[in-house]
Design a protein around this ligand. Sequence first.
Ligand code: GLU
Length: 442
Amino acid sequence: MTTKVRFAPSPTGKLHVGNVRTALTNVLYARQTGGIVVLRIDDTDLERSTKAYEDGIRRDLEWLGLNWDETFSQSDRFASYDAAAEKLKAMGLLYPAYETEDELDRKRKIQRAQGKPPVYDRAALDLTEAQKAAYEAEGRKPHWRFKLSGNPVSWNDLVRGETTIDTASLSDPILIREDGSYLYTLPSVVDDIEAGITTIIRGEDHTTNSGAQIEIFHALGGKAPEFGHQALLVGADGGKLSKRLGTLAISDLREEGIEAMAILSLLAKIGTSDPIEAFTDIQTLIDGFSFEKFSRAPARFDPAELQRINAAILHQLDYAQVKDRLQAMGADDGEAFWHAVRPNLEKLSDATEWHALIAGPVETVIEDAGYAAQAAEHLPAGELTGASWGEWTNALKAATGRKGKDLFLPLRLALTGQRHGPDMSELLPLIGRDRVLERLKG
Ligand code: GLU
């Protein structure tokens, strides 16, 4: 059977590293098994969902290279959800309840005071037709709850292993609100059945949902898919990441100059038994994917680690892989330039600074004008090449007796205005004879 997975973001905010970890796991599993990826837009919450967020999610996934084969939006599928709701009502599994939020709250408080779990007492199941009519006459509208079996539901989770949710410990979930709108629970099952989803991979925060949803799959006549619930991301200190996820939006990371592969490299490996490394292509991640490597402990997400991986990826990229982007930022000085500056980059945009520094003008730093004049005199004749720096500094050493830092640093400062930077033997031919002589004059 062909694997079919879905990634189901809600377009109520920007895509962040937490969602992307789920998307990535789905994509890696599908691609490794020759399966199909569905992008489902969970926009049943018509008030909070926006087209702008949806477009942003698609753009971010494409930029990351997380491609899908099929896509649809839940807002186009209300007729299917209505049909499923009718079916459940006819089976007596979807029942109307009239309690207000306040009334439910009061019930929960009493249960807690009595040391009982705050599980819905199913009072609505005992309502007579006359009582329901009286509520309706009062202007109350019902919300609709799914009647759980009260039995334990078990499955062999791809990440967690044998997992059991005792539905007796859960409140019958509300599937439809008073205003007739759907909560996420039912539409998701209807879509998963109709799209033929074989595997649901999502965050551990959905584990309890899965218990109820498996019963809905069965009630609607579908076979429940297999499930994998990933441990959630936490901060580097082990603290909650949820509040900080807003600042870990993919579009912001992209603007900061983080490479797509840096994000994927980190998110594919945190929380697994594999070491975290800089990968430059997604195929390596696909080949190395295995649910068995996932830990059940929360995965620590460290932004500093993302920066390190980002730099490591840049240091490995070939000129051909960055040429277009360098050109777009006006910093394409050819292959020799790329090789010279590449080891010094933390972000690709840092290349613009080195580009500007080669072209000049630069604020040269000359501390000893006599030494600078001697340096100008000993500059090898003709066009500067990769060998020129060695020849030049050897000649200067012989002429001045300087060595080490005293020999090299004044030259670097005069030519670049900086104490650190790319290898001078690579930089020298890029700066070129005329600019070198000019800079040595100060
Ligand atoms: N829209 C849901 C969420 O973002 C999808 C959960 C699921 O994958 O079923 O949490």
